[in-house]
Design a protein around this ligand. Sequence first.
Ligand SMILES: Cc1cc2nc3c(=O)[nH]c(=O)nc-3n(C[C@H](O)[C@H](O)[C@H](O)COP(=O)(O)O)c2cc1C
Length: 367
Amino acid sequence: MVGNTFGTLLRLTTFGESHGESIGGVLDGVPPNIPIDITLIQNALDRRKPGQNRYVTARTEDDIIQIQSGLFEGKTLGTPICFIIKNTNQQSNDYDELKTYFRPGHGDYTYHAKYGHRDHRGGGRASARETAARVAAGAFAHIILQHTLKRPILIRSCVKQLGDHNAITNTQAIDWDFVIKNTEENPIGCPCPIALPRWIQKLNQLKEDGLSAGATLYFEAHGLPAGLGEPVFDKLDADIAKAMMGINAVKAIAMGDTFDVCAAQTGYDEMTLNEDNTIAFTSNQAGGTLAGISTGQPITGLVAFKPTSSTKTVRQGLTNNGQPISIPINGRHDPCVALRARPIIEAMLALTVCDHFLRWRGQCGNS
Ligand SMILES: Cc1cc2nc3c(=O)[nH]c(=O)nc-3n(C[C@H](O)[C@H](O)[C@H](O)COP(=O)(O)O)c2cc1C
């Protein structure tokens, strides 16, 4: 199996299956002498871990990061940072039956078709547990970016649409304090206090009925300079699309704040000057890039997630021998997996822009 590595100058390789000893990552290309506060990495992992509220899976995993290499006396050495996260909550018996059939909507069949041998427990390598390694690496990337650019880089996301209900039509209307600071009342990243009760009601109903919903998440990154992104195959928006599409259950991405980014727009991001004669744009419909290179505006986009495949309702699958089978799902599952995906999206964005920042520095750093 190749394809476990992401990035060019900042390269993350992840390893591990969800019910193996541990999962983890090797982050290579990290500049030396960057102070790393490990609590920031752990905080990022804590945001992703299951069991945070009643709308996400009841699995409880501690997800404690253990650094194996690359840090010394609180700073990066410039050598590969290797970290592991032990798998501590494997109830592998929950998954025993899975060796005999293919669940719809999962990688069971495709892994079998490709490799002929799979770790069936909890999805193995296809499990979203692997994304914990991305979240840890993304937190390193965020620290590297802020340290080398010497300014705060704000990377944030919210859930814009849950099922068929769009909470906001305009991303300017996102109540970021409600999303980020009010996590007690709003543990699901809803962008609008008026929409929240409706969403909670919907999630309760989905749980009761044993059904699931998809969702659309909005992301943005502020504080990045113009110039990130490489013509022509490694455009910044192309690499962001790859980063997002590589997340489990993601089915679509758009740059900007609408999936109608091209079809329904009239006119496009005109240029102007600020009062101090610095360059500005009249809008940011393109999501912060031109010709694949960042403009210095916020990088913005939308990511669409499919509904959770495993629910409590019986689904139709096939046995390993090709016999139809009705599958009752026994494991522990989220009614909407996207509700846990905000830290993953932010991590993949941080990794992508940090990789491009290091590439920019390598080629144009003195210009
Ligand atoms: C954070 C997160 C948690 C997930 N948890 C579940 C889950 O509990 N049950 C499930 O059926 N799918 C879950 N998924 C989605 C599956 O991992 C994914 O649908 C499956 O591996 C097939 O891959 P694909 O949907 O990308 O084609 C989760 C996805 C994410 C991002």
